[in-house]
Write a protein that binds this ligand. Sequence first.
Ligand code: GLV
Length: 314
Amino acid sequence: MARVLVTRQLPPGGLDPLQGHELLQRDGDQPLSHQELVEAAAGVEAIVCLLTDRIDQEVLSAGPNLKAVGNVAVGYDNVDVAAAERAGVAVCNTPGVLDETTADVAFGLILAASRRFSEAERDLRAGRWHGWGINQYLGHDVHGATLGLVGYGRIGRAVGRRGEGFGMRVLHHTRRPTGEPGHVAGLDELLAEADVVSLHVPLSEDTRHLIGRRELALMKPTAVLVNTARGPVVDSDALAEALENDRIFAAGLDVYEDEPQVPPRLLAAPRTVLLPHVGSGSLATRTAMARMAADCVRAILAGERPPNLVTRSG
Ligand code: GLV
C-alpha cells in the first residue's frame, strides 16, 4: 500500500483503480498553493494531479519516495518532464479518452463564433433585442467553408470529422507531411486559405505564440479563429487587436494565456465567444480521465509499465 496525493476531489469512481492505497485527498475544488503542493508531495509515493497544478522541480524532488505522477489531462505542459526524468519520477497523461468531447466544444465554438451566438444572446438577455431584423447578427456560414486544422492529432482529426459532416472542406497543417488528403505544408498557406482556423497543437517552446500578429494578418478578414488547445499558443494581445480592427471576423476561445485571468481586452473585443476551459468537461469524460490517470499510477506503483508514459521510463 502506497500513499498517494490526490490534489482535488475527482468525479465519483475516478479513483477506483487505486483502491487499497492510502489516498491523501484535498477537499473541494480549490487548487493547493505551490507551497502546500511541495509539502504534501514530500510524504507520498505518487501524485494524481490536474493541469492547474504546477509540477516542477521543487515538487518532484520534495521527497525521497515519489515514483509516479498521473496528470488528469492530455496536455502536460504543467509538468516539468525533464525534471521528472532527472528525479526518476514516471509521468502519465490521459490521451484518447477526451478527443470526441473536446472536439464537440471546438465545433461548438466554430458554430457560435461564426454565427455570433454569444453576442446575440447577451443582447437578448440585456433587453437589447427589439424584434427580428434582416440585418441582425449576420455571421458567416459554416457549411461550404474551409476548415484549417493546425495540428492533426486525435482531437484535430475528431474536429475534422465534424467539419466534413457539416459540409466543410477540411485542410490540415502539420510540420511533418501526413501523406493524407488535405495536408498543407505551410502554416502561412493554411492561414491564408482557411475560413475557420482551429488549433490542436500541444504547448511547447515551438508552439508558444504560434499565432501572433504576423499570422493573424495572413488570415482572411472573414475568418474565425478557435483555440481549444492551450492559451499561450495564441498571442492574446495580437488577437484582441485583430478583432478590434476587424482584421479577422471572430474568435472562439476555451483557453487563455494565464488562466484563470482572461485579458480584459479580449473580454471587450467584438465577436468573441469565451468559455472557461471546458473542453473535456462531460461527466463521463472527466471520470474516464481520472480513472486513466489513477490506473497509470497504480501500474507504476505495481512495477508495471503504464500505457501513457510521457517520461522516457516508468
Ligand atoms: C485539457 O485541457 C487537457 O489537456 O486534458
